[in-house]
Design a protein around this ligand. Structure first.
Ligand code: PEP
Length: 249
């Protein structure tokens, strides 16, 4: 049975006081919660990890450097993230691919660093609105997946998040058919590359304007194993119903 995962990406939001949302989430969780990962900004990783100790919530970072250590002022390595108590790291988010010009090769190197530090890499891929309109979605997704995923991925070290760029932070959500088409395609590509046994265990998340109102529908798709949630993960009252919908799916 594939594990289900609700991951929250706080982006560059939140200060120490926002950690109250972690505590507020706990009484709202279902009896048998799915895996839950909250990814706060880097300065909060240590405190968030301490706050989440002994709870069903795990902590993740939003990025790591592609090198193990060295003269990279301002950057954070995967080992530092693990040392702060986190267990996951998002790599290749479209905002980083765009604003920091990260290539598939960069994302692959970051995922390798994540694995070397014992972290699970949440590898993001997704097409732009122009790609979608030009009917290039599956070509783009196939290229990003093969270029960003290192060899030797396993269900323990890898999560793939499909995040159409045009759906992130816009309130626009693909149709269920569109989500199903891409998630089935990703699963097939993983099976071809890794073999059925490994590929079947890797969770595939959908991300892009997931809200309490649409989560139930999105989680109906067989190859949707959870969500990467931005805005709606900031408040426990919004994130909790998404987690509950996933638990019931
Ligand atoms: C994201 O940033 O990964 C994301 C999915 O954001 P939102 O849920 O706000 O669209």
């Amino acid at each position: 049975m594939r594990r289900k995962l609700a991951a929250g990406n706080w982006k560059m939001n939140g200060s120490a006081s926002a950690l109250a949302e972690l505590h507020a989430l706990l009484p709202l969780l279902p009896e048998m919660p799915p895996d839950i990962v909250i990814c706060p900004p880097a300065p909060l990783l240590y405190r968030a990890s301490a706050a989440a100790q002994g709870t069903p919530i795990s902590i993740g970072a939003q990025d790591c450097h592609m090198q193990q250590s060295g003269a990279f002022t301002g950057d954070v390595s995967a080992a530092m993230i693990a040392d702060a108590g986190a267990t996951h790291v998002i790599v290749g988010h479209s905002e980083r691919r765009d604003a920091h010009e990260e290539s598939n090769g960069d994302v692959r190197a970051k995922a390798r660093q994540a694995w070397a530090a014992g972290l699970t890499a949440i590898i993001c891929i997704g097409e732009s609105g122009d790609d979608r309109e030009a009917d290039n979605t599956l070509d783009i997704i196939g290229g990003q997946l093969s270029g960003s995923l290192p060899d030797h991925a396993t269900a323990a070290n890898t999560v793939i998040a499909y995040e159409p760029i045009w759906a992130i932070g816009t309130g626009v959500v693909p149709t269920l058919d569109q989500i199903v088409e891409v998630h089935d395609f990703i699963r097939d590509r993983l099976i071809t590359r890794l073999g059925g046994e490994i590929a079947d265990g890797i969770p595939l998340l959908y991300g892009g304007s997931v809200k309490p109102e649409n989560a139930d529908t999105i989680f109906r798709a067989a190859n949707v194993d959870g969500a990467l949630v931005g805005g709606a993960s900031l408040k426990a009252a919004d994130f909790a119903p998404i987690i509950a919908a996933l638990a019931q799916s």
